[in-house]
Design a protein around this ligand. Structure first.
Ligand code: MRU
Length: 351
C-alpha cells in the first residue's frame, strides 16, 4: 500500500505504522529518552494507551484504530469477527474520557461489519486506520487556518497553553499547538507560555520538547504562575485542546483547564479551544455527563519515582476537568468555528 505522504512528512510523530506492527514513541520517557515500543496485538495497544505510552485524545483514537487493524491481521481462521470485536472491547476499556477513542473504534467496527472474509477485513481495516490518521493531520492544518482568522492578530502575540496538544497528542502537527505553529510561521507569535501541567507534566516534558525542536520561542511556567502571566499582560489568548466537547459546548480537557478559563475571563484574555470534530460528542447534553478519569495516587505523590508527599496521604487525582461553555470565547474545529458556544451554535455546525 502506498504510504500517505502527509503522515510520513511529519517531523515529530507519536506513532509509526509498519503494516505488521505499530511503534509508539514512549511518552513516559520523554524528554530524557526517545524509545519506541512495538505492539503487534490489540491488547498491547490497549495497554500502551492505559499506561500513557501514547496519550492525547486524537492520538489514542488513531492508535486504537491501528490496534483493530492488528487484531484483524493476526486473527486466527476461526471466528475472526468475534476475535476482532474482542480487540475492540479491550481498546475501548483503556481510557474513558477522550471520545476520539470511541469515535475511531466505531468507525473501525462499521468497516468490519461490511467485510465478508478475514482477508478483506485485514485489508480494509488497515486502510481505514491510515485514513483516520491522515484525516486527523489534515484537520489540524485546517483548524490552524480557522483559528488565525478567529484571532486576527495584527502583531505578534503571546499565548498560553496547557498540557500537550502537539504532534505527540495527535496524528501530527497538533491542535492548539498546531495553531501556535501556524502563528509562528506567520511571524505572529511573540512567545508561548507552557504550563508545566501537574501532575503528569505534559507541558514541561512534551510541549517544551516539541516546541524547542522546532525553534518556537517557549517559556515554561509552573501552573500557578498563569494568573501572574495574564495580569502582566503577557498573553492575548489561552489556546487549549479538548478530550470531549458536549452538545452545549462544555469542554473536558486536562485538569487545570477550567481554572485557566476562569483566570482568562477575569483578565479579559481570549479563551480558545481547538479540537477536531472527532472530539465532539453531540450525544451528551452537558459536561457533567462526561466520565472523568481518575488515575493512581502515585502520579501526585511521586515524580520520577521520587516521593514528594507522605506515602499514605489521601490524594484526589482527576486527570480532566470540565470548562463550562460560558467561559469559552471560541471553539475551533476543521468544520468551522463556534463563537460563544451554546447548544444553538453547536447544533448549527454539528447537527
Ligand atoms: O491525559 P492526556 O495526556 O491524554 O491528556 C491530554 C489532554 O488533555 C489534551 O489536552 C487533549 O487530549 C487534547 S490533545 C490534542
Amino acid at each position: 500500500m502506498a504510504g500517505p505522504s502527509i503522515i510520513e512528512n511529519q517531523t515529530t510523530m507519536a506513532m509509526r505504522w509498519h503494516g505488521d506492527c505499530l511503534e509508539l514513541l514512549d511518552q513516559r520517557l520523554l524528554p530524557g529518552e526517545e524509545c519506541w515500543v512495538k505492539a503487534v496485538r490489540a491488547s498491547e495497544v490497549a495497554g500502551c494507551i492505559a499506561d500513557m505510552v501514547v496519550r492525547g485524545a486524537p492520538a489514542i483514537g488513531i492508535a486504537a484504530a491501528y490496534g483493530v487493524a492488528l487484531a484483524a491481521r493476526y486473527a486466527g481462521g476461526g471466528d475472526w469477527q468475534a476475535e476482532i470485536k474482542q480487540g475492540i472491547r479491550e481498546l475501548a476499556a483503556s481510557r474513558p474520557t477522550a471520545v476520539n477513542l470511541f469515535w475511531a473504534l466505531e468507525r473501525m467496527e462499521q468497516t468490519l461489519h461490511a467485510c465478508h472474509s478475514l482477508a478483506e477485513a485485514a485489508e480494509r481495516l488497515e486502510t481505514e486506520a491510515i485514513r483516520i490518521h491522515r484525516e486527523d493531520i489534515e484537520a489540524n492544518y485546517t483548524m490552524a487556518g480557522h483559528a488565525l482568522e478567529a484571532m486576527c492578530p495584527e502583531q505578534p502575540i503571546g499565548v498560553l497553553t496547557h498540557c500537550n496538544t502537539g504532534a505527540l497528542a495527535t496524528g501530527g502537527y497538533g491542535t492548539a499547538l498546531g495553531v501556535i505553529r501556524r502563528l509562528h510561521r506567520e511571524q505572529l507569535l511573540e512567545r508561548v507560555y507552557a504550563d508545566e501541567t501537574r501532575p503528569w507534566l505534559q507541558g514541561s516534558r512534551l510541549t517544551a520538547w516539541e516546541l524547542a525542536r522546532d525553534h518556537i520561542p517557549v517559556t515554561l511556567n509552573a501552573d500557578g504562575a498563569a494568573a501572574s502571566i495574564m495580569a502582566a499582560g503577557k498573553v492575548k489568548w489561552v489556546v487549549v485542546g479538548a478530550d470531549r466537547i458536549t452538545a452545549n459546548g462544555d469542554v473536558a480537557n486536562k485538569i487545570g483547564t477550567y481554572s485557566l478559563a476562569v483566570l482568562a475571563r477575569h483578565h479579559k484574555v481570549g479563551f480558545m479551544v481547538v479540537a477536531p470534530s472527532s472530539t465532539v460528542d453531540m450525544a451528551l447534553a452537558r459536561g457533567a455527563d462526561i466520565p472523568i478519569e481518575e488515575r493512581d495516587a502515585t502520579e501526585v505523590r511521586e515524580v520520577g519515582g521520587r516521593q514528594l508527599a507522605p506515602a499514605d496521604v489521601q490524594v484526589f487525582n482527576p486527570v480532566f476537568d470540565v470548562t463550562p461553555a460560558s467561559l469559552i470565547d471560541v471553539i475551533v474545529t476543521e468544520k468551522g468555528v463556534v463563537h460563544n458556544p451554546n447548544i444553538t451554535g453547536m447544533e448549527a455546525l454539528f447537527g
